[in-house]
Write a protein that binds this ligand. Structure first.
Ligand code: APR
Ligand code: PHB
Length: 393
């Protein structure tokens, strides 16, 4: 097989890239190890920055998002029995976020790609990558038990943290930075109305809690748990009791409980690999960086990588320009590290750790400072809604 851009992975990164390239007349093939139903069934977060919303509109993948997505102008922090709202819209000159599940974004992207006749090879894992620094890189993949080749001009490694693309790079050619947090998030999805119109991030001596939603009738809640905990240790009632413990009374009294649709535990990690380009192979999204979910940056960072990569590849094919391809890694990493910093700061401020007692006092004083300082709330708001994309044209 032959194509211009060989894309490994049909998560949000690979699919969005394929769509934006298609709109610019550039051919691509997506190789995905899993089945379509598996990819569409993964439960993930659901906060879209303004920049991601705009990019999905540019890609023509916004119909259902604009119908079903919920626009939020703020969120709140709960601590020491009280609640502090962060008025993002006011503090950032009108910017907002959109609540719309990543699962739905992925479904919309697959629908639009297949309607346009895209080649998405599901259940075709890439097993090897050859000559990624040549003018004809090649992806070796398996299809129906046979080994096949996909020759291309460029490879986009959009295969997530556990993918093959980053692992193909020799250790002496890549820098890896990782921080694994000593706790996880136990999440429940339930068809009950959310407790608040906006998201609530709660700090409590028993641990962190988050009150989020997918719609006005479907809620997503998380409580901090230990890494060796297991879903089997948690009945629904135990989850709802623990959640209420960690919320101020005014919020706890508003929790409407119901049976789980899904319950799972997610580990928390900060991870970056540098650089993000190796010859004619470009890494994007979780293949190159992971953020803890606290700042809801995972999908949005993947989208910003694709904003830059799609522009760089389009400039190459339409104007024979190589400068944007050459700047891709440096420009992406500048934005990635800012999101890694924000997510680490937010995670450190809100989660219970085994550090000494002074740590919890410092957390409360940081939250208190946020309550009393417009400047600190502005900094938090501008990071949460998403920092602007650097000029890249
Ligand atoms: N061959 C083909 N496909 C592969 C391979 C392989 N060897 N290895 C992994 N994949 C596929 C996975 O099955 C998955 O569908 O690559 C895809 C990677 O998708 P994601 O993990 O969703 O990564 P990305 O598209 O970068 O999206 C990042 O996903 O995990 C969330 O929080 C994260 O929101 C962020 C977003
Ligand atoms: C979610 O809705 O799943 C969600 C929201 C905000 C986060 C993380 C997850 O920071």
């Amino acid at each position: 097989m032959r194509t211009q851009v060989g894309i490994i992975g049909s998560g949000p990164s690979g699919l969005l890239l394929s769509q934006l390239l298609h709109l610019n007349g550039i051919d691509s093939v997506i190789l995905e190890a899993k089945s379509r139903s598996h990819v569409e069934g993964r439960i993930r977060a659901g906060v879209l920055e303004q920049g991601t919303v705009d990019l999905l509109r540019t890609a023509g993948v916004n119909e259902r998002m604009d119908q079903n997505g919920i626009i939020h102008g703020g969120f709140s922090l709960a601590f020491s029995g009280r609640q502090q709202r962060i008025d993002m819209q006011k503090l950032t000159g009108g910017k907002t976020i959109m609540i719309y599940g990543q699962t739905e974004v992925t479904k919309d992207l697959i629908d639009v790609r297949l309607e346009a006749g895209a080649r998405i090879e599901f259940e075709c894992p890439a097993v090897d990558i050859e000559d990624y620094d040549s003018r004809a890189p090649c992806i070796i993949f398996e299809k129906e038990g046979k080994t096949r080749e996909l020759v291309c001009d460029f490879i986009a490694g959009c295969d997530g943290y556990h993918g093959i693309s980053r692992k193909t790079i020799p250790q002496d050619k890549i820098l890896l930075f990782e921080k694994v947090y000593p706790f996880g998030w136990l999440g429940i999805l339930s068809d009950v109305p959310p407790i608040d119109e906006e998201l609530v991030y709660a700090h409590h001596e028993r641990g962190f809690a988050l009150c989020s939603m997918r719609s006005n009738t479907r809620s997503r809640y998380y409580v901090q748990c230990s890494l060796d905990d297991h879903v089997d240790n948690w009945t629904d009632d135990k989850f709802w009791d623990e959640l209420r413990y960690r919320l101020p009374k005014s919020l706890a009294d508003k929790v409407i409980t119901g049976p789980r649709l899904e319950m799972s535990i997610a580990p928390l990690r900060s991870f970056v690999s540098e650089p993000m380009r190796f010859g004619n192979m470009f890494l994007a999204g979780d293949a190159s960086h992971i953020v803890p979910p606290t700042g809801a940056k995972g999908l949005n960072l993947a989208a910003s990588d694709i904003y830059y990569l799609s522009r760089a590849l389009t400039a190459f094919y339409s104007e024979d320009r190589k400068d944007l391809l050459d700047r891709y890694s440096e420009v992406c990493l500048r934005r990635v590290w800012k999101a890694i910093r924000f997510s680490w700061w937010f995670t450190s401020m809100m989660h219970k750790t085994d550090e000494d007692a002074i740590h919890q006092r410092l957390q409360i004083s940081e939250l208190d400072y946020l309550s009393s300082s417009v400047a600190s709330r502005t900094s938090m708001a501008e990071n949460y809604v998403g920092l602007p994309f650097e000029p890249f044209a």
